[in-house]
Design a binder for this molecule. Structure first.
Ligand SMILES: Cc1ncc(COP(=O)(O)O)c(C=O)c1O
Length: 421
């Protein structure tokens, strides 16, 4: 449930007409509803009430400081995958000891920064990474808290680009090899074993792959215990899906119930790394129609709606063929036509929707691209030297620009022309 609703044929975010914000801020812009963000965080987190757990929001899904700060104030930690995300999380006020660091390619610099900050745990993804973490920890005269990201070889039944827990994916360490790595870590100076983690994929619409992965992790923890290796944190990753079109993902409470059932009386603090399920439907991308045109000459006429948002703003349709509902900000009652909604970028792959039924729109009309809160702005680029969009947060009847639109100076920041000769 989200707080983007029509009143008198006008789309509102909470109590603010979306067109008012467009008039003041310009288009395109990402628009988030604070009430929706809060509700989704609480709906997820409360499913695990009564058991020791930490909800570490996946920063990669939406990394604006204001949004991270909101989750931090609700007791959330952060799941990070880079030094930049560490910087953001700390700047947003998330305590270092609630930060989990995953990712296959952590550099020495990033490891040093995370150790200096005092994060909760590194999720180590290869034997070489363990050696590097140990080396950096010894150099700093520190002790690195670690767990291994185990690859459980479970099919999450999602898009292949966002499947992460299959043996053929680059993530984690195979279960068979992980035991040996835990033994190695146990005998090392400069590291302390804290936990075990896994993440099997994103936009999962079924519970059973999560349960299967958890079962494998539990077996693995039993094997660790038999070796005298105790883990106090079990990190199950993120991955619960949302409805973009007609998917029927599990309700977070049903997901939590299934996890609780499978966990039984395992004596561990549970860590969860949700992203999309919290922010996905809490944000939209608002864009203005620049032109409409009909290309004739093919087997049938092709109707195009050309908007001022493009694949550099929201890359999901181009990258994954992802579906986003697109709806007029003001409903006019016009008859529907079948159109391609495309951006200005010089790529045929630059589309927001293809062969989509949309009430006939005119130049200057506003469209809302729904469910753009997750992997929207965070995946944006400057391709075609387009400035990145503004981000706006609504709270009740007020709104705040939480990231201003980039300007042309931002585009060339750091660039220099060497002297000739
Ligand atoms: C390690 C890790 N944790 C958490 C997430 C967040 O997943 P989601 O946004 O599907 O909840 C991802 C996404 O790929 C991830 O790779």
């Amino acid at each position: 449930m989200h707080f983007f609703q029509y009143k008198d044929n006008e789309l509102y975010c909470e109590q603010v007409p979306v067109s008012d914000i467009a008039r003041d801020v310009g288009t395109p812009f990402f628009l988030y509803s604070e009430a929706t963000l809060t509700r989704h965080f609480q709906a997820f987190d409360s499913g695990f009430a009564g058991m020791p757990h930490l909800t570490c929001f996946a920063v990669k899904s939406c990394s604006n400081l204001a949004i991270l700060n909101l989750f931090g104030r609700m007791g959330g930690g952060a799941d990070i995958v880079s030094g930049g995300e560490l910087f953001r999380a700390l700047n947003a006020g998330i305590p270092a000891d609630s930060i989990i660091y995953s990712g296959v390619g952590k550099t020495e610099k990033e490891i040093r920064e995370a150790l200096e900050a005092g994060i909760l745990m590194f999720n180590i993804e290869s034997p070489q990474e363990l050696d590097r973490v140990q080396r950096v920890a010894l150099e700093l005269d520190a002790v690195a808290p670690i767990g291994f990201r185990v690859n459980p070889d479970v099919d999450p039944k999602t898009h292949s680009y966002i499947s992460t827990g299959l043996a053929k994916n680059k993530f984690g360490i195979p279960v068979e090899d992980a035991l040996q790595e835990y033994r190695r870590a146990r005998d090392m100076k400069g590291v302390v074993i804290r936990g075990v983690s896994c993440h099997i994929g994103s936009q999962l619409t079924r519970i059973d792959p999560f349960v299967e992965a958890l079962r494998k992790l539990k077996d693995f923890i039993t094997r660790l215990e038999a070796e005298g290796i105790r883990v106090s944190y079990l990190d199950l990753g993120g991955g619960v899906g949302i409805t973009y079109d007609n998917e029927q993902p599990p309700h977070p409470h049903d997901y939590a119930m299934a996890i609780k059932d499978e966990l039984g009386d395992l004596d561990c603090t549970l860590i969860l790394e949700p992203g999309r399920v919290i922010v996905g439907n809490a944000g939209i991308l608002v864009t203005e129609v620049q032109y409409t045109k009909v290309n004739t000459g093919g087997s049938e006429d092709k109707h195009f709606v050309i908007v001022d948002a493009a694949m550099n703003d929201l890359t999901r349709p181009s990258l994954y063929g992802a579906y986003h509902d697109i709806t007029p900000v003001r409903k006019t009652g016009a008859a529907e036509e079948t159109v391609d909604i495309v951006g200005p970028i010089c790529e045929t792959g630059d589309f927001m929707a293809r062969d989509r039924k949309l009430p006939k729109v005119e130049q200057g009309d506003l469209l809302a691209i729904m469910s753009s809160g997750a992997y929207g702005f965070t995946m944006a680029s400057n391709y075609n030297s387009r400035t990145r969009a503004a981000e706006v947060l609504v709270r009740g009847d007020r709104y705040f620009v939480i990231r201003s639109r980039e300007d042309y100076q931002d585009l060339v920041k750091g660039e220099t022309i060497p002297e000739v000769g």
